[in-house]
Design a protein around this ligand. Structure first.
Ligand code: ADP
Ligand code: MG
Ligand code: ZN
Length: 609
């Protein structure tokens, strides 16, 4: 069978994604491969397809038990005999897997790196024909990566110990050059076929919001996404607890995950999320690696992460199956302080020398700056990210982010700027010390707050000049003036004028800013499905849920959201039409086709009445 036929029959896809074909061809021709593709780019196919076409067995080394289990489950659902070997198997199960391996029942075996040098495993392997070793999440071998796993170093010895060296493949989403070099060198890849695909994820919508009150903003954001599955990332355990409680109070099926919970609870909560018993996962960054759940429709960051690398990885867990998904970052200035605090405490690692600590801190602060830049930019958010990762080829405006959807328009704010700058000056003159942007905003709004009255600020000529504006609007403009260099932030976040401010104040220099056009709520992306097909989608989703419960697998193992949405659009009438739906292979069609066809016919009959 050729690779395209196999892709269609087993996985139900009619074409390869960028990068996949080259990697598969190279591996099949016996060459080592190194695939660098973003999360959701489709790396699994790059070793699963060769595994099914090569003689003998493919070993997939994978860092996490949950990852192995998910992938094996997905393969079995597509009719591919596969198994995993890790510490969760008891002796009897392990013997059964070994026996099946010897009798040639499996084409793909997932194995934890720790297992590779178990005596039992090595003596078994001697009797097998291993054609291909695929190392998933290969960056775990590099100490520079965030997820260094010493057990990954054993992979090299294992490969060296084999009588015949199999083809070796490495796969990762990590983009940094240092990690890439490490992977190639430490894994001793032999002039590998290397491919770095673009890091763009076109199906993800990116947006930054700057709410006054995050809790209410989160509720607004979630209200538009009821019934969808998503993750809310918070920077601290405390936030996870309080946000999760808030959501439960408001009737969301929310669960939580952070390192402070015991392992049993973490596992249980994670399962609840995977099996859609909980639709919202509220978590710290401890959650996510090895989560292959493909139907995550949104990732909301309640706090800003400390760098773009972390943000893109976490946000990238949305829309893995290629269907539309949204990534919203909620930003305010406290986030910067929290991130700084984490950077300071991270660099207090006792194993590091002073010089190393300083270097790490400086690097982290630089990364933080870039992250803050993302939150404040008025440029296309996607192009900002891609540029950060060094990808030069991309359109200037993507058409699918908060900026490009036209929520910003260039506005002349010269008058407002003059008021803000003069207010900063007058308050300082009056009080003899500088104040922060909140105080400035209050004065401009004409606040009747006691403290303001006591300080006699209403006497200022700028008092109440911007009383029709919201506080966050005024503060956003003050931020903007800071970015443009007219204001400077000093210790304790107080604002002072820079010499350049005179140009605006006295010489009428024009100031413009990109300002939002519509209120937040309307901007929530609408799904592309319209009318009947969106209703049918819900019907199909229900059936998927029933089948998942019957078979005791997560819903996305049956069909991904992308598959259901294609099915709703095509509304197949018979088996051959059903097979044309993207993501429907032979086995899944045989197992589930009849039920889905019936449900579709029922739906249409009802519609016709
Ligand atoms: P990665 O490991 O790179 O993050 P996965 O291998 O988990 O990505 O694949 C992500 C999703 O993309 C899965 O739902 C998978 O079925 C789907 N996918 C992979 N290859 C294709 C393809 N050629 N066409 C359509 N969907 C694909
Ligand atoms: Mg993967
Ligand atoms: Zn854009």
């Amino acid at each position: 069978m050729d690779k395209l036929t196999l892709l269609e029959r087993v996985f139900g896809y009619t074409e390869f994604r960028p990068g996949q074909e080259g990697l598969i061809d190279a591996a099949l021709s016996g060459r080592d491969v190194f695939g660098i593709m973003p999360t959701g780019g489709g790396k699994s196919i790059c070793y699963q397809v060769p595994a099914l076409l090569m003689p003998g067995i493919t070993l997939v080394v994978s860092p996490l038990i949950s990852l192995m289990r998910d992938q094996v489950m997905a393969l079995k659902a597509a009719g591919v005999p596969a198994a995993y070997i890790n510490s969760t198997l008891n002796a009897a199960q392990m013997r059964a897997v070994y026996r099946n391996m010897l009798s040639g029942q499996y084409k793909i075996i997932y194995v934890a790196p720790e297992r590779l040098d178990y005596p039992g495993f090595s003596s078994l392997v001697e009797k097998l024909h291993i054609s291909f070793i695929a190392v998933d999440e290969a960056h775990c071998i590099s100490q520079w990566g965030q997820d260094f796993r010493p057990s990954y170093l054993r992979i090299v010895n294992f490969i060296d110990s084999l009588a015949v060296r199999p083809v070796v493949g490495a796969f990762t989403a990590t983009a940094t050059a240092q990690v890439r070099e490490d992977v190639e060198r430490i894994m001793k890849l032999r002039s590998p076929y290397r491919i770095v695909t673009g890091f763009d994820r076109p199906n993800l919508f990116f947006e930054v919001v700057r709410p006054e009150l995050k809790r209410s903003e989160l509720l607004i954001q979630l209200a538009a996404r009821r019934d969808k599955s998503g993750i809310v990332y918070c920077s601290t355990r405390k936030n996870v607890e309080s946000v999760c409680e808030l959501l439960r109070d408001k009737g969301y099926a929310a669960t939580r995950y952070h390192a402070g919970l015991d392992e049993a609870e973490r596992t249980a909560n994670q399962e609840d999320f995977l099996y859609d018993r909980a639709t919202v996962m509220v978590a710290t960054n401890a959650f996510g690696m090895g989560i292959d759940k493909s139907n995550v429709s949104f990732v909301i960051h309640y706090n800003m992460p400390k760098c773009i690398e972390a943000y893109y990885q976490e946000a990238g867990r949305a829309g893995r199956d290629g269907s539309e998904a949204e990534c919203v970052l909620m930003f305010n200035k406290h986030d910067i302080d929290t991130a700084r605090f984490f950077i300071e405490s991270d660099s207090e690692n006792e194993e590091l020398s002073e010089a190393q600590k300083t270097m790490i801190r400086e690097q982290d602060l630089k990364r933080l700056d870039a992250m803050v830049g993302y939150c404040r930019t008025t440029q296309c958010l996607r192009s900002y990210i891609l540029e950060y990762f060094g990808q030069t080829k991309h359109p200037e405006a993507c058409g699918n982010c908060g900026t490009c959807r036209g929520q910003f328009e260039e506005t002349d704010i010269t008058r407002e700027s003059q008021m803000i700058l003069s207010c900063v000056k007058r308050v300082e003159d009056k009080l003899g010390y500088a104040v922060g942007s909140i105080m400035i905003a209050k004065v401009l709004q004409g606040s009747k707050e006691k403290k303001l009255l006591e300080l006699e600020l209403p006497a200022l000529s700028t008092y109440g000049l911007l009383k029709d504006m919201g506080r966050s609007e005024i503060r956003a403009m003050a931020d903007h003036l800071e970015i443009l260099g007219y204001l400077k932030r000093e210790e304790h976040d107080v604002l002072v004028l820079t010499p350049q401010a005179a140009q605006v104040l006295y010489q009428g220099k024009k100031v413009t800013m990109m300002v939002r056009k519509e209120p937040e709520v309307q901007k929530v992306a609408v799904t592309k499905l319209a009318g009947a097909s969106s209703e049918l989608f819900d019907v199909l989703k229900e059936l998927r849920g029933e089948l998942a419960r019957e078979n005791n697998v997560p819903a996305y193992v049956i069909f991904s959201n992308a598959t259901l949405s294609d099915m709703a659009k095509k509304a197949p009438k018979n088996m051959s039409e059903f097979r044309k739906v993207s993501g429907v292979g032979e086995i899944k069609a045989a197992w589930y086709g009849k039920k889905f066809l019936e449900r579709i016919a029922d739906f249409q009959a009802e519609q016709g009445q």
